[in-house]
Design a protein around this ligand. Structure first.
Ligand code: PGA
Length: 342
């Protein structure tokens, strides 16, 4: 078939004619003919016979009601209408390409895996947060490692997880992207029957006389506790070292000593449980969590989605924190600084 059999005369067309009669395949052939300037080359590129390509353009020209190409020697040249149609095609194809990327993202999201490593205080919120996240994305595989600060930093150095929750930025050479997250106040916990319960503004020196239960080396809470004692000029009377916040709570209830722990560790029992928060001068110590990932780690779609989700979740954590201990004032003065703690 000669190439020019697809080249038609102009004729008026009813409104909507192009949309109703043109097919996506015709537009693909048209785009290739326009770009390559030849029916034969377009047919080759699309693995069609040349007559099939010609027929597609003929039908498209009928639907358009206006010539799209004119014959110039052995090749074809687009008409003005052809050029307009080509621009429209580019827009349609680029929108579809973009959609394809978005679909891939969605597919990635549905099948992906999310690896998190968090310090022990974040275990009081991360499982619930993951629960709510997995309602939105039910097929994602989740892995959560809960351990102390030093171990989380080791995992970060080894690039083992997508995202991390820490209370301080790592002070070694790991380059991290850091997002300030919810408050993580540290409080002095005592059993409900303790002699200091009910006292207001207890001076720290009175607290320092009490036996203390402290976390294991490598723990951020241990470091924070030691810092408080040092800054106040006291040495803690350490009765016991325990590598678990929950076990420390039990030891406090058992009368083995007081402890400085995150208020979030009371998330389930709140003020109804056997532990109470003492009103000690200088407390709570307003710390904060940070969401982090290694700078050079290309985050998966799942990890990006979770990061966005977690940042929006912060408000829920603050609300829950106030419910945990309604007496706690979260005034502006007590808002944790968003500056990165090193
Ligand atoms: P840790 O960190 O589990 O290392 O004690 C907890 C925190 O800093 O809040």
């Amino acid at each position: 078939m000669p190439e020019n059999s697809a080249i038609q005369r102009n004729s008026p067309s009813p409104p909507g004619q192009l949309l109703r009669h043109a097919t996506f395949r015709q537009l693909q052939v048209f785009e290739a003919v326009y770009r390559l300037g030849s029916f034969t080359k377009a047919a080759e590129e699309l693995f069609l016979t040349q007559p099939t390509a010609s027929t597609q353009i003929k039908k498209l020209t009928e639907a358009a009601g206006i010539s799209l190409f004119e014959q110039v020697g052995r090749n074809v040249k687009p008409t003005e209408a052809g050029t307009h149609l080509y621009q429209a095609c580019r827009q349609v194809f680029s929108a579809l390409n973009h959609l394809e990327v978005q679909f891939d993202e969605l597919k990635g999201l549905k099948r992906g895996r999310l690896r998190l490593a968090v310090i022990t205080t974040a275990k009081y919120l991360t499982p619930e947060m993951l629960g709510d996240f997995s309602v939105l994305y039910p097929d994602i595989e989740l892995s959560l490692k809960v351990t102390n600060r030093d171990r989380v930093i080791e995992r970060m150095s080894a690039d083992e997880d997508d995202l991390y929750i820490l209370s301080q930025a790592p002070d070694n050479e790991i380059e991290a992207e850091i997002y300030p997250f919810a408050p993580n106040p540290l409080v002095v916990m005592a059993p409900k029957h303790h002699a200091l319960v009910g006292r207001k503004h207890i001076p720290f020196e009175e607290i320092a006389k009490e036996p203390f239960i402290i976390r294991e080396p490598g723990s951020g809470i241990r470091d924070a506790t030691q810092r408080v004692f040092k800054d106040a000029g006291f040495k803690p009377k350490i009765r016991m070292e325990i590598g678990s916040n929950e076990a420390i709570k039990h030891a406090v209830v058992g009368g083995l000593g007081l402890s400085i722990l995150s208020l979030h560790s009371l998330a389930l029992e709140g003020s109804e449980g056997p532990l109470t928060v003492l009103d000690v001068e200088g407390f709570p110590i307003w710390r904060q969590w940070y969401l982090m990932h290694r700078k050079n780690r290309e985050l998966s779609f799942v990890a990006k989605a979770f990061l966005r989700f977690a940042i929006q979740y912060e408000i829920k954590i603050r609300e829950r924190m106030l419910r945990t201990w309604p007496g706690l004032k979260l005034t502006e003065e007590h808002e944790p600084s968003v500056a990165i703690q090193r």
